[in-house]
Design a binder for this molecule. Structure first.
Ligand code: CAA
Length: 261
């Protein structure tokens, strides 16, 4: 397979794509070359028919300590605006139709927290540290932090985190619903994410894609339009083979063999 400079990419279980950020000397600081590689790796898993779900993780010390401050420090406004600095980051999630689970151990700060929040499901280990410390650098979150953190934990808590730059512990992330689950060790966190991804990958890929799409719509639509959208997509699944396979297997007391069609 392709060798990346800043990523380790593997298939730890059938149907599961694993991307591990691997820039240990910089605590996985998210430089432009790293983000471009991450785009390439996620696109490859998106295109691979055998992959049903993806896990993104870092090391035990750092998921990612943020955007690369050394790369950014001399940027001018016209560099940033003219070249649309960080726009490549939004590509990370918009094309990804397969579920992404982010498994966070250690630091997930600034862009690292923002990247973690791009996951459809977030898991973390006991030593996870979340935060948006940009205010300490004289800037603000730039890759969705002010929007996603506020949606996830509410305005008052997000304001406090973003205005003070104070960290959010794993325990707080759990209590506030930022993560779906906290594991007892970093290894259990990564393994747990892979196990969940394998479970998801074992369902009809068509139904999984539709489920992700309708849940995400709830972030943009009001309840009436959202429920209507959900019902249309639900109706659409009666045109899939897997609806016949799934319901047929239930009625026949058999295990479904998905066609992914
Ligand atoms: N960018 C570039 N390099 C970074 C980095 C970052 N975000 N975070 C850490 N590093 C580098 C350090 O410079 C250091 O490199 P050297 O060995 O060459 O000096 C190496 O990684 C190890 O870091 P530390 O020695 O600082 O490790 P530590 O254990 O003492 O501290 C830390 C860990 C608390 C995470 C600390 O590294 C830190 O505060 N990092 C910066 C966190 C931050 O401010 N992130 C937000 C970035 S801005 C952003 O992300 C904008 C956006 O919204 C997109």
């Amino acid at each position: 397979g392709k060798i990346y400079d800043y990523l380790l990419v593997s298939t730890p279980k059938p149907g599961v794509g694993l991307v591990q950020l691997n820039r240990p000397k910089a605590l996985n600081a998210l430089s432009t070359p790293l983000i471009l590689e991450l785009n390439t790796a996620l696109r490859a898993f998106q295109a691979d028919q055998s992959i049903g779900a993806i896990v993104l993780t870092g090391s035990n010390k750092a998921f990612a300590a943020g955007a690369d401050i050394k790369e950014m420090k001399d940027l001018t406004f016209s560099d940033a605006y003219g070249k649309d600095f960080i726009e490549t980051w939004s590509d990370l999630v918009t094309f990804l139709k397969k579920p992404l689970i982010t498994a966070v151990n250690g630091y997930a700060l600034g862009g690292g927290c923002e990247l973690a929040m791009m996951g459809d499901i977030m898991y973390c280990g006991p030593n996870a540290v979340f935060g948006q410390p940009e205010i300490r650098l004289g800037v603000i979150p730039g890759a969705g932090g002010s929007q996603r953190l506020t949606k996830a934990i509410g305005k008052s808590r997000a304001m406090e985190a973003i205005l003070t730059g104070d960290n959010i512990s794993a325990k707080q992330a759990d209590e506030w619903g930022l993560v779906a689950k906290v594991f007892e060790t970093p290894e259990e966190c990564t393994d747990g994410a892979i196990a969940t991804a394998a479970k998801i990958a074992g369902f009809s890929h068509i139904a999984v894609k539709a489920a992700k799409e309708v849940v995400n719509k709830s972030q943009d639509l009001g309840i009436r339009e959202g429920v209507e959208f959900e019902r249309r997509v639900f109706h659409g699944l009666f045109g899939s083979k897997d609806q016949k396979i799934g319901m047929g297997a239930f009625a026949a007391k058999q295990k479904p063999e998905w066609s992914n069609e």
